[in-house]
Design a binder for this molecule. Structure first.
Ligand SMILES: [Zn+2]
Length: 509
């Protein structure tokens, strides 16, 4: 007897429909799974067998063949347990086939028949809704995320027995739990009002937020690099509902949503440690999942102590930073994770940290400093449009921050700066609706819509020649100048904008 159930498998952050077919054939009792199933899916045999037995269901005394279709795409992970168990119950006459019609299901089974949460339930719910599923059975813990998809009936269940009950005609799904305000992946971004001094760094941060440019902060320990980085997410415009859903999907696929709860509404801020592996930063592994880069999608990736990161790991960042998509090749499949991020990298100016500081002596030799800078991947630096050298804030300026006197003028707040940034972004959008931000403008976009005056281009040409800049660096310079003009509310880019842009290119040729 043949029975079928519907589920989905993950590929990147999307899920595609998978049909589970179970056939009982004459022969010695055995359970065989076919259809490009990986090790975790193969282990499903043992889990399903025990779960059925411990849930009071019979195991058929025949040869059981389980097929996962389409057979040419690799299936990973334990989420097929529930659809296999239900199709098996159906094939052995313990569940009416009509009960599974139009129903999708997913979930990992424990040996006792309890259901464990899976990764990517949100993407599976989306696939079920698109396919016109009547309802979706998910493990209890995945219920809140699956219910983010409107137009799909979600039935959260905690065990195989409950799943069988949820398939009965008289079943009514439990009402939606009022979603409490869930923790978000980021602490609230630091407000610019909390940062004393650092005018140059603040301006660079504003340009980065407006134009989507990447930023490098160079300065001695304690000068406030981390605080500046932490304030960037707050300067970016609020996320649109489709962006919120996309980010939530990434966290669901990474298995990080359970701790966070429902919809992610704030821009992520990720700061991986410099000792992190290539898999942790970029994602992948035998059961592929997004890494820190993709988890920072539409938010900020902060790489503190850039020089301490492994060079080969940094080199792997170059292409995804350029394209906004991370492509991974894993056994027989190509995976894509979106990663449109704002990169903020920070580093000390030298190994001891004090080079250029007016009050401390640098104890490094010239060759030590050169080696240190050599470690910072040249090609990655070339992709960072804004490079800022910071000094420690003088005590006199810091003092003002603690002064209760009414004469104290607090630094400008994030809310104030955000208004300028929104205005600048609006100008960009009107000029280049497709590009998203000035950082993404091609050479052709810059030529056709950049509005550079002849004076500006003459100055730019001089700078290019005097500093022997590469064509790429020259283009980056123009795109930053365009953002500066947008922040200043200028239609045309004047020479001053190029001159200012040049102050943010200290390290690349
Ligand atoms: Zn030093």
């Amino acid at each position: 007897m043949l029975a079928r159930s519907s589920t989905a498998a993950l590929a990147g952050i999307e899920a595609y429909p998978v049909q589970v077919e179970v056939d009982l054939a004459p022969g010695l009792p055995a359970l065989v799974i076919v259809g490009l199933a990986d090790a975790a899916v193969q282990e499903s045999r043992e889990r399903v067998r025990s779960a059925l037995r411990n849930s009071g269901l019979r195991l058929p005394l025949s040869r059981v063949i389980v097929s996962l279709a389409p057979a040419d795409r690799r299936k990973q992970g334990p989420s097929f347990d529930l659809p296999i168990a239900l199709a098996l119950a159906c094939a052995s006459g313990q569940l009416e086939p009509a009960r599974l019609e139009g129903i999708w299901c997913c979930g990992e089974l424990g040996l006792d028949g309890q259901l464990r949460p899976i990764r990517g339930a949100l993407s599976i719910a989306l696939a079920a809704q698109r396919a016109g599923a009547r309802a979706l059975l998910v493990p209890q813990a995945n219920g809140p995320e699956a219910r983010l998809i409107s137009g799909l009936e979600v039935r959260p269940v905690s065990s195989l027995c409950e799943a069988l009950e949820a398939l009965q005609p008289d079943y009514t799904p439990s009402p939606l739990q009022p979603s409490s305000d869930t923790p978000q992946p980021t602490p609230i971004p630091v407000d610019l009002q909390e940062i004393q001094g650092q005018a140059h760094g603040r301006r660079a941060l504003e340009i980065a937020a407006a134009g989507g440019h990447h930023l490098l902060l160079v300065g001695p320990p304690g000068c406030g690099k981390t605080l500046l980085a932490q304030s960037l997410a707050g300067l970016l415009p609020p996320l649109s509902p489709p962006e919120q859903l996309e980010i939530t999907q990434l966290y669901s696929v990474a298995g990080e949503l359970e701790q966070l709860g429902g919809l992610i509404r704030t821009r992520p801020f990720r700061s991986p440690h410099h000792s992190c592996s290539s898999a942790a930063l970029l994602g992948g592994g035998s059961c592929p999942r997004p890494g820190e880069l993709a988890l920072a999608h539409r938010g900020v990736l902060f790489l503190d102590e850039l020089g301490e990161f492994r060079r080969d790991v940094l080199n792997q960042l170059r292409q995804p930073l350029e394209q906004g998509t991370l492509r991974l090749s894993r056994a027989k499949q190509q995976l894509h994770y979106p990663c449109c991020i704002s990169l903020v990298a920070a580093t000390n100016p030298c190994p001891c940290g004090w080079y250029g500081d007016p009050e401390h002596d640098c104890s490094c030799t010239t060759s030590e400093r050169q080696r240190y800078w050599g470690r910072l991947s040249g090609p990655l630096l070339d992709r960072i449009d804004l490079q800022v050298v910071m000094q420690r804030v003088p005590a006199q300026v810091l003092r003002q921050g603690y002064s209760a006197s009414s004469a104290r003028r607090p630094p400008e707040s994030t809310a104030c700066a955000s208004q300028r940034i929104q205005q600048a972004r609006l100008r960009m959008k009107q000029r280049n609706p497709g590009a998203g931000s000035n950082h993404r403008l091609s050479a052709r976009d810059l030529r056709d819509t950049g509005a550079f005056s002849q004076d500006t281009l003459a100055l730019w040409e001089q700078v290019m020649a005097a500093r022997a800049l590469s064509a790429r660096s020259g283009q980056r310079l123009l795109s930053v100048a365009r953002t500066i003009a947008d922040l200043n509310g200028d239609d045309q880019v004047g020479p001053q904008a190029v001159a200012e842009a040049l102050t943010y290119r200290s390290f690349t040729a």
